[in-house]
Design a protein around this ligand. Structure first.
Ligand SMILES: C=Cc1c2[nH]c(c1C)Cc1[nH]c(c(CCC(=O)O)c1C)Cc1[nH]c(c(C)c1CCC(=O)O)Cc1[nH]c(c(C)c1C=C)C2
Length: 467
């Protein structure tokens, strides 16, 4: 009997890749409901410019970053890497739109000692607050309340809240501090303040030696901040798809949807939308948690409800090309603090990150996320969505002309929200699967990190455990 992978997005492809790398003779079936592989990652070539629909850059650092670089090398893509180095404006200049104007965020030590708008005092004073504020014992809390307690309201409003918009299009007031600040949270719990924890880590903590590879060493030596691939990030998922397709033991079922899963022990039966039933020894679910929840609701209502606790938000991504210079100050782009109460989350200056030969200005407007229902609806037409994006480009960047090309992408339920209690919920899901001997492995962005690097590494680790 074979193993079955549900979903042919980045996680499903990674699962197939790592399973087949471990055992090239293993029988696998991959079920994908649409007619293409790759999921949200989609790069559209317009003239000599790439319009990215979702993620566009990857970070080279840390264990997840190094793992992706190893994969890129294994796939023969090392010569397609397109880095942005730490000294480039796209890496150095990050802006927010606050109180009606674009302002650059501090980018060096010196900046900490001067007062920069929208902050009412130099940032160093916020860091001193952390050192003198008493510890509060907690199991979990929101990123917003944590940073407000330790550094003050302005840091929570103007640094952390926009950052959370950029990472998960979510509200820092809801997102768990364990999502991206686990270390800082633990520093407070263990050492009383983040500053003291950092000092301790710097002086005494043994660093886990990272397993570097040739490409990650190149990234370190050349000081990459982030990178993309020639042809866009879809080059990665396309090459992964081509690689796994070479295996004769892999059956790809495109345009095929799973309707129900019934787990026996030791096998699982999958009902497909054409009414056929397949039996498999193990199910690897890389589909979003809410979809898996639906497939098992009759046989495992408790697991179904735990999976359903993980909520998703929709993001509208609008790529625009201009034949005039609309970007007045080079940089990564800007994020909008939710406090500003406007319907856009941020704007990416794509042509600053990756200049094109024709010098066209390309930007991407991100809208919706946690506030999607407040400002938009899934029934809105492309023209209506485009009108909102151009109206707010005018307000924030004073763009007067119309774009010469654009693409409107409405990504329904695309980013999971790791709300307070997320880790505990995932542990309950894992415990339920283990206790009930369910032949199921969960992977994908619903559980162990939403970034491309996190998804690839966590999927690798999860499928490694399958016998
Ligand atoms: C569909 C929109 C997405 C938004 N966030 C993500 C997607 C796919 C996922 C994501 N974005 C970033 C991270 C952090 C870790 C990482 O893997 O890089 C994650 C998980 C950071 C990020 N956000 C934006 C960019 C260009 C980057 C990477 C580059 C960098 O930090 O230098 C822009 C951005 N993404 C979203 C919004 C609203 C936004 C605004 C400008 C949502």
């Amino acid at each position: 009997m074979s193993k079955v992978i549900l979903g042919g997005g980045l996680s499903g492809l990674s699962a197939a890749y790592y399973l087949l790398r471990k055992n090239p003779a293993s029988c696998l079936t991959l079920i994908e409901s649409s007619n293409r592989l790759g999921g949200w990652i989609k790069s559209n070539q317009i003239e000599d410019v790439i319009f990215e629909e979702a993620a566009r850059t990857l970070r080279p650092r840390g264990e997840p970053g190094i793992n992706t670089l190893e994969l890129i090398d294994e796939l023969g893509l090392s010569n397609k890497v397109n880095p942005i180095t730490l000294d480039s404006p796209a890496a150095r200049n990050r802006m927010i739109y606050a109180n009606g104007q674009l302002v650059s965020l501090p980018s060096g030590i010196k900046d900490l000692f001067v007062r920069n708008p929208p902050f009412s005092k130099p940032l160093i004073r916020h860091f001193i607050k952390d050192l003198v504020t008493a510890r509060e014992v907690n199991k979990d809390e929101s990123i917003y309340s944590f940073t407000k307690r330790r550094f003050g309201e302005e840091v929570a409003d103007y640094l952390i809240s926009p950052l959370i918009c950029g990472i998960c299009a979510g509200d820092a007031k809801e997102i768990s501090v364990n999502f991206i600040m686990k270390d800082l949270f633990e520093y407070e719990q263990k050492y009383g303040s983040i500053g003291r924890g950092m000092m301790y880590a710097l002086l005494f903590k043994k660093k886990n030696a990272l397993n570097h590879n040739a490409l990650s060493l190149r990234a370190r030596n050349e000081k990459w901040s982030v990178y993309s691939l020639n042809g866009g990030l879809e080059t990665l998922t396309k090459t992964l798809s081509d690689k796994i397709r070479q295996h004769k033991t892999l059956e790809l079922k495109m345009n095929s949807q799973c309707k129900e899963i019934k787990f026996g022990n030791p096998s699982a039966s999958i009902t497909l939308d054409n009414g056929s039933i397949q039996n498999h020894e193990h199910v690897i679910s890389s589909i979003p948690s809410y979809q898996l929840s639906n497939l098992i609701k009759n046989s495992h209502p408790e697991l179904s409800s735990l999976l359903n606790n993980i909520k998703y938000v929709s993001v509208c991504v609008i790529n625009l090309m201009f034949d005039e210079n609309i970007i007045k100050k080079d940089g990564f782009g800007f994020l909008v603090p939710p406090k500003e109460k406007i319907p856009i989350l941020g704007v990416i200056f794509d042509s600053c990150c990756f200049p094109n030969k024709t010098n066209k200005n390309v930007v991407t407007v991100m809208m919706g996320g946690k506030w999607f229902e407040e400002y938009f609806s899934h029934e809105m037409t492309e023209e209506e969505l485009l009108t909102v994006a151009t109206k707010y480009l005018k307000l924030t960047m004073n763009v007067k002309k119309d774009p010469v090309a654009y693409k409107v992408n409405l990504l329904k339920d695309c980013i999971p929200q790791y709300k307070v209690g997320h880790n505990e919920n995932v542990h309950k899901i894992e415990d339920y699967i283990k206790k009930n001997n369910i032949p199921l492995t969960i992977c994908g962005c619903s559980y162990y990190g939403v970034g491309v690097n996190d998804v690839i590494l966590s999927t690798r680790n999860m499928v490694q455990k399958i016998q």
